[in-house]
Design a binder for this molecule. Sequence first.
Ligand SMILES: [Fe+2]
Ligand SMILES: [Fe+2]
Length: 352
Amino acid sequence: MNDSATHPLHHSDAAASDTATTPSLRRGIRPVPRQPDLLFDDSLPDAWFAGDPGLSSFWSAFGILAGIAEQEFIDIGRALLGRMSNPAIIDETSRFLQQEAIHGAVHARMNRVLGDRDYPIEPARRFLLDIIGNIQTRFGDGAVIAWGVAAEQGIGEIGHAVMENPSVLDPAAELPRRLLLWHFYEEVEHQAALYDGFLHVYGDGSDSATLRRGGVALLLVTMALSLPLVSWVVCRHAFPGQQNRMRTWRPILRQLFGRNGLLRGGGANLRALTRKDFHPFDQHQPEAVLATRRDLCVRPEWERPVRSLKPTRDERRVQGPAGVLQTAAAAVGYLGDCARSTRHFLRVTTPA
Ligand SMILES: [Fe+2]
Ligand SMILES: [Fe+2]
């Protein structure tokens, strides 16, 4: 997956032959851009999730990282947009991009409140951008696109878990609870969007599946590094002394990995994503979930008209995968990059 590995692109037959619809549209699902009226201020407590340091640190870290990752998804979507010919896929991608832009903006409102308390927002931003930037340097732009496709599947799976059991967020303060419900609802609503755009551009051949496998591996590395580390650094800042106690982290570990944990579907989805014939709708029937949870998560007055977006001017090169040896060498280099980025992040966030 590097610069020398540009393969001819081919549209999947199914996607190219039907220009009036998408898998989501065929199910009556159409992502709707919504602007929620969630305004954060300094009344937000640090321990905003159940009064618990570990849960609050993890979900604050999630919001900080989500605010940064959304911009990456937008860049990826806009790069794919430049290669799309199917009007229905273009419309769906535009809706997806608009949703992600608003997610980023609303998380930024909450992050500003945390930033005013010197939470490590900027170092976390630098850290995540570094480990994503290193993917681009080592493996090429196609790998960043595949990383984004995998990330959308992972977040969509957490979205499904939350929609199945929204009471998991009941102990959170009202505003962040509503932010997370709205965000996860829309993640379910657009779970297929970036994937369908990717399939339209890359086709459904073996190069496409190889890239997706790489995207899953890279997502696992970036998430395994960024979420725990940023949570730990947030905890050290907001709840000094609590960050190294096992009991701080037990509740969030239970919430994520316990019985009915929020990450229970992620592994199965990401494993399936590596299959040649994967589609997110093989894993779930989102129509019923979206209908049942609509009133809880979103409001009609939040809906905004769809803006058609231009492809990015600096169009990201849409590449295929590289050979096995090149990829293996890049992987070794990438792990070294990640170790350096991690050391730097910990150094700049260590209190004097
Ligand atoms: Fe999002
Ligand atoms: Fe998303």
